[in-house]
Design a protein around this ligand. Structure first.
Ligand code: GTP
Ligand code: MG
Length: 197
């Protein structure tokens, strides 16, 4: 095992995708550093962050990949799907187009490039904004239809950001449990799969 990972029970790769400017980078910045930047600095290619998290006594290393929403960086984003345990699919609640693209474009990208047992979290970000264009129920209904987790967040104010990341890592650990002597006697419950595949 990579020496850097020796102190962890499990390491998980998580990829954030979604349209430009929906707040992928700021969600990561809020989660990892508890900070927020109002200025828009478009992500070039992909960026990589790490954070450790404790889930029910297990130390998990999160490898968080931040992709660009720009089509011209698609090749970099595609490399992020490889080996990803989870995808965080982000739209902005004040940008109807970004939600439409979740439905028409991003879900198909996941279907095409992610592994079949990937965990998916749908995030409607920027709930601090007053000019909402996507109702909470619409995001919730779409997520339910396909078996995704769903949260609405504000990277700006920090609302639900930690809870959303915790929920997706917890789901990964439930789907891909760490083998242990005790568990070998109790086969894991049937894996729940997202029904986009
Ligand atoms: N009001 C508000 N603004 C946000 C929020 N999250 C991000 N922003 C702003 O939205 C803009 C885009 O945020 P980024 O995180 O850079 O967006 P991105 O999805 O990473 O964009 P690309 O890297 O180009 O794909 C920035 O000006 C952020 O400050 C939020 O929760 N609320
Ligand atoms: Mg970015």
């Amino acid at each position: 095992m990579d020496p850097q990972q020796e102190n962890f029970d499990q390491s998980v790769k998580i990829l954030l995708i979604g349209d430009v400017c929906v707040g992928k980078t700021q969600l990561i910045y809020r989660y990892c550093e508890n900070k927020f930047l109002n200025t828009y600095l478009s992500t070039i290619g992909v960026n990589y962050n790490e954070k450790s998290i404790d889930i029910e006594g297990k130390k998990i290393l999160m490898k968080i990949w931040d992709s660009s929403g720009q089509e011209r960086f698609k090749q970099y984003t595609l490399s992020g799907y490889k080996g990803a345990s989870a995808i965080i699919l982000v739209y902005s609640i004040n940008d109807r187009g970004s939600f439409n693209n979740v439905i028409t474009f991003w879900t198909n990208q996941i279907k095409q490039y992610a592994s079949e047992n990937v965990c998916i979290l749908l995030i409607g970000n920027k709930i601090d904004e007053s000019n909402r264009q996507v109702a909470r129920d619409e995001g919730d209904a779409f997520a339910r239809q396909f078996g995704f987790l769903f949260y609405e967040t504000s990277a700006k104010e920090g609302t639900n950001v930690t809870d959303a990341f915790y929920a997706i890592v917890k789901q990964i650990t439930e789907k891909q449990p760490i083998p242990s002597a005790e568990k070998q006697h109790n086969p894991p419950a049937e894996k729940k799969q997202c029904n986009i595949f």
